[in-house]
Design a protein around this ligand. Structure first.
Ligand code: ATP
Ligand code: MG
Length: 393
């Protein structure tokens, strides 16, 4: 018996004008995510996307698990394929749904015939298959309102498909359908969640991370790369920029008022991030900030950070509580990596009394006291770049 994955039109998140482009991107993303599992055909036809193994031994559980994490799919089904012949449909349904039907108390058959060449009409299929299921599983009863198992038969172009209950997808829009953005990623809990949320809205992510060796270790950087790989299960591959930040931080420490250190550092991060964004055609920055969470995230501090930005800064966590962010981090499986205890460059030289109400004028005056440009350029030149591919677990 051959099993496929089936995404029907109603289960694709976007309806309306851009549907075609959107579906083309979705198909491409699905192909990319399933590629290393073997020969799997992904095609769009007859208001559905069909995902069909083309060789034996493909890990179908894994394929379904990966599909569950691809944005743009609201729901999907695992379905068995049968010949367009009633006897084969019946045999396949009884075998494929043996497990769920044995455990259920009630069921209902639903049939859809989009291939009008098939000789039986939908109500005939429903009646006849219902009778055959009752004979095979005499403990069952029919319940048309809230059946435990909904046996669905679809007669389509390429064959007949039999499936039971739908599985929930990740929702959202296909990654790449909404433009490109650059995530400032730390090793913390928040920024991976922020990136996930924006990828869910269809943005393709790159990620920039600032390191301060020898104050921060290789292991801290590796942790961030692991976070990107874990995020990649949903977001796809991520272009990763690792910026050496030590000299800039030391210069800040030695030349600027201590209580403004954090805010000045954040402005420099934004500046460097924008250089990459502008160079590589990324349209916005993404951060994990949330109002009031720490000293550098008061509204006053955000005003000062924003003033250093020439492009939109997306902050999807801005109004969320830490507990809500943690809950999401657990759900997307980044939490366990985020809580590994490595240092972040943000915690190096943390001022004893950071200013929570900095004025933009004093921040700009402090920054004007030193010419950072050549150090910024050097940091950009010395940045290491690479692709990070989704985790294979
Ligand atoms: P997170 O949990 O994401 O680390 P946080 O609550 O610790 O956030 P901050 O340390 O103030 O908050 O950082 C705010 C945001 O700045 C982060 O969400 C992230 O977007 C960015 N950021 C912080 N540190 C770095 C870093 N080393 N490299 C790149 N971006 C960073
Ligand atoms: Mg942090």
């Amino acid at each position: 018996m051959k099993e496929i994955l089936l995404i029907k039109n109603g289960e694709i998140a976007l309806k309306g004008l851009n549907r075609n482009t959107f579906e083309t991107i979705l198909v491409k993303n699905i192909r990319f995510r399933l590629k290393d599992l073997g020969r799997i055909d992904v095609r769009k036809a007859q208001s559905a996307i069909y995902i069909e193994p083309r060789e034996d031994g493909i890990d179908f559980e894994e394929a379904a698990e990966r599909l569950r994490k691809i944005f743009g799919i609201a729901a999907f089904s695992r379905a068995a394929m049968a010949q367009k012949d009633y006897d084969d449909i019946c045999r396949t349904a009884l075998e494929y749904l043996k497990g769920p039907l044995s455990e259920a108390k009630t069921f209902k058959v639903n049939a859809k015939r989009s291939d009008k060449g098939f000789p039986m009409k939908s109500p005939d299929i429903m009646r006849q298959l219902g009778g055959d299921i009752l004979r095979a599983f005499p403990h069952l009863k029919v319940d048309v309102d809230t059946p435990d198992v909904m046996v669905t038969v679809e007669i389509r172009d390429f064959g007949a498909y039999i499936h039971a209950n739908q599985l929930p997808g990740a929702g959202g829009l296909p990654v790449g359908s909404g433009g490109k953005a650059l995530l400032l990623i730390s090793g913390g809990i928040d920024s991976p969640v922020a990136g996930h949320m924006m990828a869910k809205r269809g943005l393709e992510l790159s990620a920039v991370h600032f390191v301060s060796p020898p104050y921060t270790s290789d292991r801290a950087r590796e942790k961030v790369e692991r976070l990107c790989a874990r995020m990649g299960e949903y977001c796809g591959r991520i272009r990763f920029y690792c910026v050496p930040f030590t000299e800039l931080q030391e210069t800040l420490r030695d030349n600027c008022p201590e209580e403004l250190f954090t805010i000045l550092m954040r402005r420099l991060m934004m500046e460097i991030a924008q250089r990459f964004a502008e160079r590589d055609g990324l349209q916005a920055l993404v951060t994990g900030e949330s109002v009031g969470q720490v000293a550098s995230q008061t509204l006053g501090a955000i005003v000062c950070t924003d003033a250093a930005c020439r492009m939109p800064v997306l902050r999807p966590l801005i109004g969320m509580d830490k507990s809500e962010i943690v809950e999401l981090a657990r759900k997307i499986d980044t939490f366990d990596i985020s809580v590994l205890p490595y240092e972040d460059c943000c915690t190096v030289f943390t001022p004893r009394h950071p200013k929570t109400r900095p004025s933009l004028a004093e921040v700009e005056a402090a920054q004007a006291g030193f010419d950072f440009e050549s150090l910024i350029q050097k940091a950009v030149e010395d940045t290491e770049e690479k692709w990070i591919y989704p985790d294979r677990r």
